[in-house]
Design a protein around this ligand. Structure first.
Ligand SMILES: [Zn+2]
Length: 279
């Protein structure tokens, strides 16, 4: 009897590690087998898109360098538009999915929002930007092919995300002074005529211009109006450096023939008309 008891104890002692191992394997197996399913039959009514703004840029580089830098370095954009057709299908490049944040805007603000990478789609257009010559700054034009491409692409994006005309902006609008792109030759008026972005009514601006010529310039009111349209600036009532930069960005977009940053009644009339038209 005693022999039998010893035998049983020793045997149990020997097989115990195996029992433990088997139990562990079984437990792991059960954990590994667990899965879940997603029921997609109850979509919520209340939600909206991440995308609220469309931002236009030029790359200030040739095509090869633009493609390399926008794909290999710490900057990117959703789309890249080449200068000339690269193939018979008029190819353009999607570098970042529209669902993701591309790194194109940097420090930026528009219509009360900052960090526009979060809420925008960025289009980079291959264009050398400008060069400073003794006779002044020389801007490189966009090609008719690019303008055609931008119209098609922008219209598609705007329709899909229902982007407001005043939310279609240049990099210079959302980062005044820090950025110059897409520059004074960007065809904003032409895009407006194709249903893209905001523009003023020329006859109404003439009327407003005449009215404003007899009034004293009110810097505080001008700052309030620029802010209402979308530009980020302080309502100080003082024509400070920031205000001049914002005025310059506004002029580059809407009155590029003179974009000195000095406030004038024509710029003011354009701004007033844009506000009465879109807000
Ligand atoms: Zn830019």
């Amino acid at each position: 009897m005693r022999f039998y008891k010893d035998f049983l104890e020793k045997s149990l002692f020997r097989i115990f590690p195996f029992i433990l191992l088997i139990s562990l394997f079984t437990a792991c197996g059960t954990a590994r087998k667990f899965s879940f399913s997603i029921d997609k039959n109850y979509p919520a009514k209340s939600f909206n898109s991440r995308v609220r703004f469309l931002v236009m840029h030029y790359t200030a580089l040739d095509f090869e360098s633009s493609l390399r830098i926008l794909t290999q370095q710490g900057v990117s954009a959703h789309y890249l538009v080449p200068q000339t057709p690269l193939d018979k299908k008029n190819k353009l490049f999607l570098l970042v999915s529209e669902h993701d944040r591309a790194w194109h805007a940097g420090v930026s603000s528009w219509q009360g929002r900052s960090n526009l990478n979060d809420t925008s789609i960025g289009i980079e257009i291959v264009n050398l930007g400008y060069k400073d010559e003794p006779q002044g700054r020389l801007w490189f034009p966009f090609t008719p092919y690019q303008i055609q491409m931008i119209k098609k692409l922008a219209k598609d994006i705007i329709d899909r995300y229902k982007i407001h005309p005043t939310a279609i902006v240049g990099h210079s609008d959302i980062a005044p002074g820090r950025k110059q792109d897409p520059g004074i030759l960007f065809p904003w008026k032409q895009l407006y005529q194709a249903g893209i972005g905001a523009w003023y009514d020329e006859d109404r601006v003439k009327e407003l211009h005449t009215q404003l010529q007899n009034q004293e310039l009110n810097i505080l009111k001008l700052q309030q109006d620029l802010k209402k349209y979308g530009y980020a600036l302080e309502e100080s009532g003082i024509l400070d450096e920031r205000t001049e930069k914002v005025i310059q960005a506004f002029q580059m977009h809407f009155r590029p023939s003179d974009h000195s940053g000095v406030p004038d009644t024509e710029s003011l009339a354009i701004l007033k008309n844009l506000l009465e038209k879109y807000f």
